[in-house]
Design a protein around this ligand. Structure first.
Ligand SMILES: [Ca+2]
Ligand SMILES: [Ca+2]
Ligand SMILES: [Ca+2]
Ligand SMILES: [Ca+2]
Length: 683
């Protein structure tokens, strides 16, 4: 009996221990929205619990003087310092309302630290790699979610005079009806441009004069005209939208984007960190942009000085040679001379858009392949996880955004995930039908698989000009001249009749359905009369702030789980140098021919094509480290390899003089890859 009891006790204590351990592992980061203060203390806790792998990094302060903090995760070894190892940077919340990103980044940090203890491959990975995680880069804006009244904001706390009246932040919104939200006010007015949507009386839409509709309402954000200038809430507290403040396709003269690129302390601190850490070889970002589902860049393609070939179909009728390369200017001239454009004004940027060029707006064709491969796996995963609804409204990378900067200027692969969107009620999906929206997220392969008939029908429906035919487009896609995303952009710019627009559903109808069903009405404030001290009788109502970006935390569960797993696999793809094999042949007394086969065993190239274009990716250098008594007879003292593709092997050869039995040492290095050292025995 006694023994039994002891045994029981033993099992029980074991069980308690295991459950405590499990709790420790799994409950570290709870699924909820953490306030900026909670994020900082969570990061401090993680760093304190695993001091051998994890250190707190203080980046600086936000415009509102809140801490910008993150983690550096790297196992301690004697070999390299963390800043000398190939690294992955994980960022979130530059769009301050994107709180789901913060939670995903925290979950990833937690998962990596746990995996380090349990999973051999992560333990190995962290001996030679570093992961930097900054989960909350716009704490000023994120704080607004936790404040009352709730106001949706993505800008920091920098005071900005939005209306140029010399007063700064003089007229912000007020929660007049005291419901805790800043929503909208509608005022009946002959000057109004808005009408109540007859199909959806809670929603407003712009009156369409072409249909004989006349505007009836003015819309304002909820509040008073504090400075008596006749405008309502035109200059609230703050600020600059950080995800528009980066140095790629920056919008000058746009207050929300900032005075100049990196004008904001948060952006400057992040960029300084990145330029101090040249070892960063991949960026994983969370924002409303999903660049694996929508590879389209916003903005106009710009003409470069590059020469290009003209697709055969055009070349023939323009009298150009398809095998010759032309500047965009030459193509414009040829097009004008041909009279094809009719009276249309043709410029270089149109040609660039048409040919899928534009030096800084389009993913380089060589890199496109890399993205498409990862996109394929991602899409399959989303489908299995029941998250493929994200595709429909996936947003491309925006002007001045961090993700655009990472790819175009910093020159590394960047993967940006939006994690969640308001789910749409399932309609009868005409899956087979092509739409401009669907085109944006299609890979070239998927587009071609549609077949000529469907593409032709789609072109007709879009009102494409007759010389813009299906087989021509297919050939252009096949040859890589244009991507489906680029085509979508062109089609959106094409003038076409908006017939049937009246039957279109209110673009906000799906938000209302979501609020009514999933949120049981909590996402919408019904319009109620309010006596406004300045405007008189108005009604206050509309969608609650954050509806589109911050769902109840439990709705994020499956997406965060899926994206954590997906993101934890991305670093495995990083390029890695290995000595595949070598040969040492004796040519004469103490003279040898040395051959090595150098391989990139990773699933990504050693640098992106854009990184080489932006001159941020250095070539690989291969050097024999000759010792006294060893001499180079033939071959270069330092070989330069511009890059190695994923899986590519290159042969390198030298003739040296050296003693039999001595060691020949060599080294291969670049700036975003772990160096390879080798030592070969001469015999
Ligand atoms: Ca002002
Ligand atoms: Ca302001
Ligand atoms: Ca209110
Ligand atoms: Ca005002």
């Amino acid at each position: 009996m006694k023994l039994r009891k002891k045994k029981k006790l033993f099992w029980l204590s074991g069980f308690i221990l295991i459950s405590a351990f499990w709790l420790y592992l799994s409950a570290q980061v709870e699924l909820k929205y953490h306030t900026p203060q909670e994020v900082i203390s969570l990061l401090k806790d993680l760093a304190a619990k695993k001091p051998d792998t994890c250190r707190l990094v203080m980046l600086g302060k936000s415009a509102g003087k809140l801490d910008l903090a993150g983690l550096e995760i790297a196992a301690e070894t004697q070999k390299f310092k963390p800043e000398e190892r190939q690294a992955v940077l994980i960022t979130a919340n530059l769009e301050g309302f994107h709180l789901p990103g913060t939670e995903a980044a925290l979950k990833i940090a937690d998962s990596i630290l746990n995996a380090y203890g349990r999973d051999k491959s992560w333990a190995e990975f962290l001996k030679s790699h570093t992961v930097y995680i900054f989960p909350l880069l716009n704490p000023d804006a994120a704080s607004a979610y936790f404040s009352k009244p709730k106001l949706e904001r993505d800008f920091n706390a920098r005071p900005v005079d939005e209306d140029n009246d010399g007063l700064v932040d003089e007229d912000g919104p007020e929660d007049l009806n005291g419901d805790g939200f800043i929503t909208l006010m509608r005022l009946k007015s002959p000057e109004g441009q808005w009408i109540i949507d007859p199909k959806n009386p809670r929603l407003m839409r712009l009156a369409d004069p072409k249909k004989g509709e006349k505007g009836e309402y003015l819309l304002y954000t909820e509040g008073l005209d504090n400075d008596g200038d006749g405008q309502f809430n035109e200059d609230g507290p703050g600020g600059v939208a950080l995800n528009r403040n980066f140095a790629h396709d920056f919008e000058y003269f746009e207050k929300r984007a900032g005075l100049y690129p990196a004008s904001e302390p948060e952006v400057e601190a992040l960029l300084k960190f990145m330029f101090d850490h040249h070892n960063i070889a991949m960026v994983i970002n969370f924002s409303t942009e999903n660049n694996l589902l929508n590879m389209q860049q916003t903005g106009q393609a710009r003409a470069g000085g590059d020469k290009v070939r003209v697709p055969r179909q055009f070349a023939t009728f323009l009298g150009l040679d398809p095998e010759t390369e032309y500047t965009l200017k030459e193509i414009v001239e040829a097009l004008k001379a041909s009279g094809v454009g009719g009276g249309m004004e043709i410029d270089e940027s149109m040609i660039a858009t048409f040919l899928g060029l534009g030096p800084a707006m389009t993913i380089d064709r060589a890199d496109q392949v890399m993205y498409e491969e990862i996109q394929k796996v991602y899409k399959e995963g989303l489908k299995q996880a029941g998250l493929d609804y994200l595709e429909k409204r996936a947003k491309g990378v925006g002007k001045g955004s961090f993700a655009a900067f990472c790819y175009y200027q910093y020159g590394v692969p960047v993967f940006s995930f939006d994690l969640w969107q308001v789910p749409e009620p399932k309609k009868e999906e005409k899956k087979e039908t092509l739409s401009v929206d669907r085109l944006k997220s299609m890979s070239s392969e998927e587009f071609l698989a549609l077949g000529e008939e469907k593409i032709a029908a789609f072109l007709k429906e879009q009102g494409a000009p007759p010389n813009f035919n299906a087989s021509m487009l297919m050939n252009m896609v096949k040859s890589g001249q244009v991507t489906p995303a680029r085509m979508a952009e062109m089609m959106e710019k094409m003038p076409r009749s908006r017939a049937g627009a009246s039957e279109e559903e209110n673009p906000e109808a799906y938000l209302l359905t979501y609020s009514d069903t999933v949120l049981k009405g909590a996402g919408f404030v019904d319009w109620k009369p309010y006596r406004h001290p300045q405007l008189g009788e108005v009604e206050i109502g509309g969608f609650v702030p954050y509806l589109k970006y911050v769902p109840p935390a439990e709705q994020l569960q499956s997406s965060i789980k899926f994206h954590t797993d997906f993101c934890l696999k991305l670093p495995e793809k990083l390029p890695q140098l290995v000595l595949k094999s070598h040969k040492i042949e004796k040519l004469g007394p103490e003279t040898y021919r040395v051959t090595i086969y150098l391989q990139n065993s990773g699933a990504l190239p050693t640098s992106t094509a854009q990184g080489r274009r932006a001159l941020t990716a250095y070539p690989l250098r291969v050097k024999l480290m000759l010792e006294p008594g060893q001499k180079l007879f033939a071959g270069k003292p330092v070989e330069m390899l511009p890059f190695l593709q994923a899986g590519e092997t290159r042969k390198l050869e030298w003739t040296i003089q050296g003693k039999k039995g001595s060691q020949l040492k060599g080294k291969v290095w670049g700036n975003k890859i772990n160096p390879l050292e080798f030592s070969l025995k001469i015999d």
